[in-house]
Design a protein around this ligand. Structure first.
Ligand code: GLN
Length: 242
């Protein structure tokens, strides 16, 4: 079996270790004998519906988001939304997450339109939220990452948060939510990289891709002792800094 991992804007939106998410997905497939290819889709590249199995869109600075916001409008964004409606799994972090909402309003300059996959809007705040973040998710249990953003994201009535903030700031530092969840798509502020320390999330994305591509819902367990130790260590650091 083979899964194609589409890394959206990997050359222009890839900060604070986000590349590790793509490497983790590919390796957790290969450890199970599933061939994994990583395909980078950048500015001007078309998105072919049905060509990919898992989507990842990392974080990036405001200046990168300007070009990417323009690039993802129209056919490309419509194709990505159609993929998610078809059950494709997606993980997005920070700047990528923001552009999957309705818009990102930077501190200065015009609003950057998103594609409205998530019923969410983001406006730059005066404070930068930087530090370890621990989140309680009903679906994935405890999640740990690292946040670095000034954007304040507010979820609309059709959006479901990924989880509740236990340590850190999350979507906006006020309502206690972190991230957003729609079908098999996840948006969040957890850099780090997120997936190597949260193997349940990796396997959720891989399993959703296998279900969609091969109508298969079996994923052999892996020895996650190293991942679990890394997770506990990161949570310990986060709790120590509260
Ligand atoms: N420019 C956005 C913000 O600061 C996203 C930054 C990021 O992706 N870390 O909120």
């Amino acid at each position: 079996m083979k899964l194609s991992i589409c890394w959206l804007y990997g050359s222009s939106m890839n900060i604070y270790g986000d590349r590790g998410n793509v490497l983790s997905l590919a390796q957790r497939c290969r450890w199970r004998g599933i061939e994994a290819e990583i395909v980078q889709l950048g500015l001007g590249d078309p998105l072919d519906q049905g060509a990919h199995d898992i989507y990842f869109w990392g974080g990036g600075q405001d200046r990168e988001q300007i070009n990417v916001s323009a690039d993802v409008q129209g056919a490309k964004g419509d194709a990505l939304k159609a993929e998610i409606e078809d059950g494709a799994p997606l993980l997005s972090v920070c700047g990528g997450y923001q552009l999957l909402g309705h818009y990102y309003r930077p501190a200065d300059g015009a609003d950057l339109p998103g594609i409205g996959l998530f019923d969410a809007t983001t406006t730059a705040g005066n404070e930068r939220f930087i530090g370890n973040i621990v989140v309680e998710s009903r679906e994935f249990g405890e999640l740990v990452g690292f946040e670095n953003h000034s954007g304040l994201t507010h979820l609309g009535s059709n959006a479901e948060p990924l989880g509740k903030v236990r340590v850190g700031r999350g979507n906006n530092g006020v309502d206690g939510t972190e991230g957003c969840r729609y079908r098999n798509a996840i948006g969040c502020y957890m850099h780090g990289a997120l997936l190597p320390k949260n193997p349940k999330l990796s396997d959720f994305l891989i399993r959703a891709a296998l279900r969609r591509r091969y109508s298969l819902d079996v994923l052999p367990a892996l020895d996650d002792s190293l991942e679990t130790t890394a997770h506990a260590s990161a949570v310990g650091r986060a709790l120590a800094r509260r």
